[in-house]
Design a protein around this ligand. Structure first.
Ligand code: ADP
Length: 454
């Protein structure tokens, strides 16, 4: 828990007038904050206990359409309510918005007040509970890469995204000069997030024009996902405040490198000892870590959808762009899907498959499930793959498109056992909707290619 506002402190802040608004938010399937802006007085008197929302919020596509085919909700069932139950451990200031605090909610069934099984926060909590049965916690970090563009979202939308201008004119990887020019956005982003209880480590320029990276100190899996979600939201809002657009689309241009969200992971005992490290093991890996990584590797196709949920996500997987194309592990090797990094207690595995468009709750839950399956089945870790893995024909490919990833998700007995059939059916439907929407669109590319020449 890194949030920094107690209920008593909130009441005091409402009393002295420094807080007048509380954002009460759930996390949707796309990893976004949705909810209501409460007058703070109402929140501290009533709504801190619970509020309500339409249950379509966990069954929409990215444009808030109401696709059919979901068992949990539909026009037939009348799109009733869910309960939004504030998790008061997440109460915090939102310092970049005047007089505002926020709280994250768990989403509960309206009638029996149990977790809605396909709620992203509930899905992750279930895997965290499975780790706890072993006496373990997962320490995780999800890196945030994104692009900054000149002009606000509405300006870029009005020009149909045809005149997008990144904030810089050259590859700004680790650049101090260029990133100094971006401090109007990045400095308030770092400082406001720290003041909101999100433990920012640093920001840096990334390896493309206008590309940024924001690193948050690792934490337990739920804190990591909460921090990621709040930080992504803050990046969009603070960029907007400063007259820029922050985009977390995985691949915004054919000729540009895409944006990632690498997932660093390690297991620890509840007493704070690394379960992954064994000083006598190969590369310092314990047997448990080897089984865990073997699970990540074996089941990578099953959970790729949770790392790459849109049509666009798959365009990021391109050779020579630092985005992986192959399922393999390697020591400190950025061409691998799974990179072993850190020493001693810091030893961890970084999954490099996920795009910046992933939902961190779903990505982490799916990877914990795969790792635990590896441990439970004592899977053998394949040999390390050294060198340039892009060029290695022997390594299996990461699914190259949404259709393949959807089939692997639907057929995954590992994920069905871990998440439940209803949850996998729900997200399979979400993936199918994404594909169906795309399949009927006639793109500019097709017109330009075939209008005259077809
Ligand atoms: P990279 O070189 O890939 O950018 P960094 O050294 O910047 O990697 O670390 C990336 C992330 O890894 C940071 O968010 C950091 O907090 C996290 N991290 C460090 N140690 C661990 C660990 N033992 N388990 C999980 N994450 C960790």
């Amino acid at each position: 828990m890194t949030a920094n506002l107690t209920f008593d402190a909130l009441k005091q802040a409402v009393g002295d007038g420094s807080i007048d608004t509380v954002l009460v938010c759930l996390v949707d399937m796309q990893g976004r904050l949705l909810g209501k802006r409460f007058h703070a007085q109402n929140f501290i008197e009533h709504s801190w206990q619970e509020t309500h929302c339409c249950n379509y919020l966990l069954a929409t596509d990215i444009e808030m359409a109401t696709p059919d085919g979901y068992a949990s909700t539909s026009w037939e069932s009348g799109y009733g309510d869910y309960v939004m139950k504030p998790d008061m451990d997440t109460l915090r200031y939102m310092p970049w918005l005047e007089g505002t605090a926020m709280v994250l909610c768990d989403v509960l069934d309206h009638h029996h007040h149990q977790d809605v099984p396909h709620s992203p926060r509930a899905i992750l909590k279930k895997q965290i509970a499975k780790l706890a049965e072993h006496g373990w916690v997962a320490n995780m970090a999800t890196e945030l890469e994104f692009f900054l563009f000149e002009g606000r979202y509405n300006k870029n939308a009005k020009s149909h995204y045809k005149k997008l201008r990144p904030i810089s004119d050259y590859n700004e990887d680790y650049h101090i000069l260029q990133t100094s020019k971006e401090e109007g956005v990045m400095r308030p982003l770092r400082n406001h997030l720290v003041a909101a209880g999100v433990p920012i480590e640093n920001s840096k320029g990334e390896a493309e024009t206008g590309q940024e990276e924001l690193n948050i100190r690792y934490g337990d899996a739920l804190a990591c996902a909460d921090n990621h979600t709040i930080a992504k939201h803050a990046a969009k809002e603070i960029a907007w405040q400063q007259g820029y657009s922050a985009s977390f689309i995985a691949k915004w241009h054919k000729d540009k490198v895409g944006s990632a969200s690498h997932v660093h992971q390690s297991l620890w005992t509840t007493q704070g000892a690394s379960v992954f490290h064994d000083k006598n093991g190969e590369h310092g890996m314990s047997d448990t870590m080897k089984y865990y990584v073997a699970g990540l590797i074996k089941y990578a196709p099953d959970y790729t959808y949770f790392l790459a949920p849109y049509i666009n996500s798959y365009k990021r997987f391109a050779k020579g762009t630092f985005a992986p194309t192959k399922i393999a592990w390697s020591v400190d090797n950025r061409t691998a899907g799974f990179r072993l990094c850190g020493d001693g207690a810091a030893l961890r595995v970084e999954c490099r498959i996920g795009g910046s468009d992933l939902n961190p709750y779903l990505a982490q839950a799916a990877q914990i499930a795969a790792g635990l399956a590896g441990i439970e089945q004592k899977l053998e870790l394949p040999d390390e793959t050294p060198g340039n893995i892009y060029a290695n024909e022997d390594c299996p490919d990461i699914p190259t498109n949404l259709r393949d990833a959807t089939s692997s998700l639907q057929d995954s007995s590992m994920l069905r056992a871990a998440f439940g059939d209803d949850v996998i059916d729900h997200y399979t439907r979400a993936a199918q909707v994404e594909q169906e929407e795309y399949d009927v669109v006639v793109t500019d590319y097709e017109i330009a290619r075939g209008f005259e020449r077809a």
